[in-house]
Design a protein around this ligand. Structure first.
Ligand SMILES: Cc1ncc(COP(=O)(O)O)c(C=O)c1O
Length: 393
């Protein structure tokens, strides 16, 4: 049931959701029919024609245009990468940072972003971690900025507790203080609407295997194309403004194009890119705002029922500061994960509990089945406690 779209129809596109209570889209979404069909078309074409590469490259450009529109950017600002880690490393190494410069990050944020910047310590760059609080916004970073600070990098949504940080206010602060701003959008993309320009981001990095519904192995990088001073650390023929048509490298012409293609290296993950095109079509048919609203409604429903059971939630509760689709329940993962798996409920273990992560196909019935599982396990001990108490009484 959804107030926002026909979730029963959408659910039919995700057959895996019928076999298991799938509450793990923050890990990887199940394969949907449209994405599978895009892969199958690619395989069939490769099988029958040995690869219509130009057709595939044309589709790649179509997908690039779809990604750009999806992020409020222009196609020349989008590069295809391998995953979030690669995108964050490309971004970190493109910033013109020198020994003594400082980058601000959030303690406990995703390590795939943190390591990309920590690796710059070998150049003498200092990485300063500010505390992770329930709300992180411009005011969280402001007191830590000094004359050596050059950049801020952070997640839009946290994977381990479902914070949705106020990246717009941090982006505005970066613009005010002339800092580069790098955002890891992996855990939010496909559920939380993203407007790269409103975020004032220099770079946004992401993978595509969560909210963007593609199997693992494809990433995205948004680059603010006005930042032409930012150059790639690595180079391939495809990264150049004028790749040599005769395939003989020209040492005298390493000029870069005015596009995010400067950050692309070699051949592409073509089947995944075609899958991404199909996934964005599906998301656009439903509407990203509707997906967000639907997940928020399910989240409210989950929180209400957890309250009823007296089970806590880790991370923010109010809609302003929480992600629509990531909820960490305060049940120790070491005690509960196997139990959920054995009972056909797919969730993830996290630092402080069990992560329930929602997708466009989830319903309140999925939450009910999760709650039944918690109740069933808690019930005997609750009964035992009552028995002990009545004896003591
Ligand atoms: C915030 C965030 N960044 C990055 C990743 C993953 O990085 P990669 O796409 O390189 O595997 C995840 C989860 O897998 C994540 O939640």
């Amino acid at each position: 049931m959804s107030r926002h779209y026909d979730v029963a129809a959408v659910r039919k596109a995700f057959p895996a959701a019928e076999h298991v209570v799938y509450l793990d889209s923050g890990f990887q979404t199940p394969l949907s029919r449209p994405v599978k069909e895009a892969y199958e078309r690619f395989l069939q074409e490769g099988f029958e024609t040995a690869g219509p590469k130009q057709i595939w490259l044309n589709r790649l450009e179509e997908t690039r245009t779809k990604v750009a529109a999806f992020l409020g950017a222009r196609p020349n600002e989008i590069a295809f990468t391998k995953n979030t880690s690669e995108s964050m490393n490309i971004a970190a190494n493109a910033l013109p940072l020198r020994a003594g410069d400082k980058v601000l990050m959030i303690h406990g944020d995703h390590p795939n972003n943190a390591y990309a910047f920590l690796n710059l310590r070998k150049k003498g760059v200092e990485i300063v971690f500010i505390p992770m609080t329930e709300v992180v916004d411009a005011e969280s970073f402001r007191p830590h900025i000094d004359e050596r600070t050059r950049a801020i990098s952070m997640s839009l949504v946290t994977f381990h507790a479902g914070h949705r940080f106020d990246v717009e206010s941090v982006g505005a602060l970066c613009a005010e203080r002339s800092l580069y701003f790098v955002v890891d959008a992996m855990q939010g993309i496909g559920v939380v609407p993203i407007d790269a320009k409103a975020m004032k981001a220099t770079f946004i990095g992401s993978g595509t295997h969560k909210g963007l519904l593609v199997p693992q192995g494809l990433g995205l990088l948004y680059w603010d194309a006005t930042r032409t001073e930012l150059e790639p650390a690595y180079l391939a023929a495809a990264s150049l403004a004028e790749p040599p048509l005769d395939f003989v490298a020209r040492p005298d012409n390493l000029a870069l194009p005015p596009t995010a293609g400067r950050f692309e290296l070699g051949n592409f993950n073509l089947p995944a890119i075609q899958g991404l095109g199909a996934a964005i079509d599906l998301i656009n048919q439903i509407g990203i705002e509707n997906i967000q609203r639907h997940c928020f409604d399910l989240g409210d429903y989950l929180i209400e029922r957890l309250n009823g059971l007296g089970v806590g939630l880790v991370g923010p509760r109010d809609r302003q500061h929480r992600a629509p689709h990531i909820y960490v329940i305060a049940l120790p993962a070491a005690d509960w994960l196997d139990y959920f798996t054995q009972n056909g409920v797919r969730v993830s273990p996290e630092r402080d509990g069990i992560r329930v992560s929602l997708g466009m196909f989830n319903t309140t019935a999925d939450i009910d089945r999760l709650m039944e599982a918690i109740r069933a396990r808690n019930a005997p001990s609750a009964r035992a406690r009552t028995a002990v108490l009545s004896k003591l009484g």
